[in-house]
Design a protein. Structure first.
Length: 43
């Protein structure tokens, strides 16, 4: 959509890294069968 409308891409590398981190923590939580903390990503 952003290509067709010639708009800036809505996400950056940091947003992608946060998504990967969330997926990894989701798997960890499922394996451990408990809540896990998600740390802030370094800047």
């Amino acid at each position: 959509r952003h290509v067709v409308k010639d708009e800036p891409f809505p996400w950056d590398l940091r947003a992608g890294a946060k998504g990967v981190q969330l997926a990894q923590k989701g798997l960890e939580s499922w394996q451990k069968r408990c809540w896990v903390d998600i740390q802030d990503l370094p800047v």
